[in-house]
Design a protein around this ligand. Structure first.
Ligand code: BDR
Ligand code: CA
Length: 309
């Protein structure tokens, strides 16, 4: 099997943790490296979490530190959802791996040069690290095969009524990424809110194995907050959708549309404005926007891959 060459950029994050735990057991991927950025919580937590998750899953890859803050916006973390440490209060054994000195943007560029035309970037946090890489290395965009990202929505937001968290955290970075002419698949809230796990599902995950117990415990805390804050009785597995989409595209429904990032609107800053429901008014329809998922098959896949530990 020819494995996909993947770089993962993340801000772990309860659902980022699920994505990493699953991706590490998907033989379709050769994960070349991981980078962390500030997002759900501060960079020192997301970086440590990324390192510890990589070690925990047995992935033997470097983890690089990225941006500690958005390009221009003030950072607004999501501690209420992911807990102070980003993992819903759960802890993992501390990774003994050496610390990489190369910043995320340089490491992404190096991987893109080494695997020019093959590299797939999976982006499950704010897009700051990739935006910096694109600004610093103008030839980077030609080397990247594909970007599969969790962010945005054509419908509603979860941080403001218009904007989704990853895009809202750093709209300027998102604008740079979406304007670069990259081959982008966008898995926004339209699809990821359908990848929902209720208490029963979390209970099943808990009983699969040790990794499942870790994930379920971190999700339970998120579930309590989600109930209290939003009256939601499920946790959305936003970030794992990216990896599942790469391997099981037939589980999903998508459309080629134009997407632009709103930077100025008083009520709409950070919105991924798409023309998918407006007769495709944008001339450029280069973004593959994912809109739906087969929920039953999603959960079967989730359990099956988790069970590979
Ligand atoms: C996205 O924001 C973060 O809180 C999650 O990890 C996910 O990447 C969902 O809006
Ligand atoms: Ca994330």
């Amino acid at each position: 099997m020819k494995r996909m060459k993947v770089w993962l950029d993340a801000d772990p994050g309860v659902d980022d943790a699920a994505a990493i735990i699953l991706a590490a057991k998907m033989p379709e991927f050769e994960i070349l490296g991981v980078s962390a950025c500030a997002g759900n919580v501060e960079l020192h937590y997301t970086y440590d979490n990324a390192r510890n998750l990589v070690a925990y899953t047995g992935l033997n890859v470097p983890v690089h530190k990225g941006a500690a803050r958005p390009l221009m916006a003030e950072p607004h973390f999501a501690r209420e959802i992911h807990g102070k440490n980003g993992l819903g209060g759960q802890t993992l054994p501390v990774s003994a791996a050496k610390h990489e000195t190369l910043p995320a943007w340089d490491a992404i560029y190096e991987a893109a040069c080494e695997y020019a035309g093959e590299l797939i970037l999976v982006m499950i946090g704010p897009l700051t690290n990739l935006a910096i890489a694109l600004l610093k290395y103008p030839d980077l965009k030609e080397k990247i095969k594909r970007v599969v990202l969790m962010g945005g929505a054509v419908s509603y937001g979860n941080t403001t009524p218009s904007a989704e968290f990853n895009i809202h955290f750093d709209p300027e970075a998102a604008d740079i990424v979406f304007s670069a002419g990259l081959n982008i698949s966008m898995l926004g809230l339209d699809v990821t809110m359908q990848a929902a796990l209720d208490e029963n599902a979390i209970e099943k995950i808990h009983s699969v194995n040790e990794q499942g117990t870790f994930l379920a415990n971190s999700m339970r805390q998120t579930l309590t907050w989600a109930k209290k804050l939003f009256d939601l009785d499920f946790v959305a597995m936003h970030d794992p959708c990216t990896f599942l989409y790469l391997v099981y595209p037939d589980l999903f429904r998508s459309a080629a549309t134009g997407v632009k990032i709103e930077l100025r609107g008083k009520l709409t800053r950070g919105k991924t404005v798409s023309d998918v429901f407006s007769d495709y008014k944008f001339a450029d329809r280069s973004v593959d926007v994912v809109l739906g998922i087969d929920h039953c098959r999603f959960f079967d896949c989730f359990l099956e891959i988790l069970g590979r530990y």
